[in-house]
Design a protein around this ligand. Structure first.
Ligand code: DAH
Length: 373
């Protein structure tokens, strides 16, 4: 048994009087009742039921009372503390339920709301097709090569064997970039085709060389249903030992199958380009009438204008003069190349009759081609 507490101080333990304990309890119950949310309740719990709360301190004082007073005081404080604990638990339950209820209202998702109101963009079909074609060639071991859209005349014309007075320079309706004084010739043009990338590739890459170059081109054509001053081409170039027109034909067929479908025949007819010798234009069997020139029922085929064939590209064996301009020995190496307009291919493939649709940036046009990536 412990000895009576000699330091018993009646002033200090006065806090254990019935009024004091009731006062502490009432203050606690009032604070608990006033707590409007779980945070406030937490604060009330700390203040009125925590280790430093009046009731906890009162409880600690019980041992300091004379033995005969302890039971009574213990009971009083104990009852008050239980009431407070009980009130806390009850309030906790109410406030937690309130919070859950609130969360249900606040965070409710109205699944009946239309979800696709915000207009989404679409990839432009020219981009999609350029990437698909480039992928076909990358799959065959080609690399992608790029060149600037603002190009030196030397790359755009001279190195490609266009003589200075060659009508082709005018034929291509070139946008010439003004010189530094705002006038005169700067020797710089907006590239009129992707063929200058051939020169850049031959000058910078090791042989053998297999590259494909999609890109933007510019010509000072008036905008109408079939012409646009800005358009895209894709260029293909291979330089290796022993390449022949048979290899060129194979590459062209790979392109046609990837773009228009399997089993379409191709046809090469003599043509002229300064940078290829011999040169040819490439036609493919019309993918709609399959060369028949009429639709089932005898109607004329509008896609190929009853020709049965559609002209799609220019091609040829790289002119030895061009190889020499790029420091390549034409006795050892030969090359083939072809180039074509991406918009034109797109129009043929999808029956688009006005090239302006590809330029106007109306997302409805792009969206019709789906989201092929
Ligand atoms: N660059 C030519 C044009 O814009 C197209 C072309 C023809 C590209 C023959 C070639 C080619 O690579 O071999 O009309």
């Amino acid at each position: 048994m412990s000895a009576p507490n000699k330091q018993y101080d009646p002033v200090e333990v006065a806090v254990l009087s019935p009024e004091e304990v009731t006062g502490m309890r009432d203050a606690a119950l009032a604070a608990i009742a006033a707590a409007g949310d779980l945070d406030e309740l937490k604060a009330a719990r700390l203040a009125h039921a925590g280790d430093r709360s009046p009731l906890a301190l009162a409880n600690a004082e019980i041992g300091a009372l004379p033995p005969e007073a302890r039971a009574e005081a213990g009971k009083r404080v104990g009852t008050a503390r239980r009431e407070v604990t009980q009130a806390l638990a009850t309030r906790q339950e109410v406030l937690a339920a309130q919070r859950d209820q609130w969360a249900l209202v606040e965070e409710a998702v109205d699944v009946t709301l239309p979800w696709d109101r915000a207009p989404r963009g679409a990839r432009h079909p020219v981009t999609t097709i350029a990437e698909r074609l480039a992928d076909v060639f990358v799959g065959m071991g080609y690399e992608i090569a790029e060149g600037p859209e603002v190009e030196a005349e030397w790359y755009n014309f001279d190195a490609l064997n266009f003589p200075p007075d060659h009508p082709a320079r005018e034929m291509q309706d070139t946008f010439f970039v003004a010189g530094p004084d705002g006038a005169g010739q700067s020797g710089v043009v907006m590239r009129t085709h992707t063929s200058p990338v051939q020169i850049r590739a031959m000058l910078t890459r090791p042989l053998p060389l297999y590259v494909v170059s999609p890109g933007k081109c510019f010509r000072s054509d008036a905008l109408d249903a079939t012409h646009s001053p800005i358009f895209h081409q894709i260029e293909c170039l291979a330089v290796d030992e022993g390449l022949t027109m048979a290899d060129l034909r194979g590459a062209i067929n790979a392109f046609v199958e990837a773009m228009f479908g399997e089993g379409l025949r191709t046809r090469l007819r003599p043509d002229f380009f300064p940078f290829t010798e011999p040169s040819a234009d490439v036609s493919m069997e019309c993918h709609i009438c399959r060369g028949a020139s009429t639709r089932p029922g005898g109607e004329p085929c509008r896609v190929c204008r009853s020709q049965g064939w559609i002209e799609i590209a220019g091609c040829g064996m790289v002119n030895p003069k061009v190889l020499v301009a790029c420091g390549i020995d034409p006795d050892r190496y030969s090359g083939f190349a072809f180039g074509l307009g991406i918009e034109r291919s797109l129009m043929i493939r999808h029956g688009v009759t006005d090239i302006r649709d590809t330029l106007e940036g109306d997302v409805r046009f792009s969206r019709a081609f789906g989201m092929e990536v």
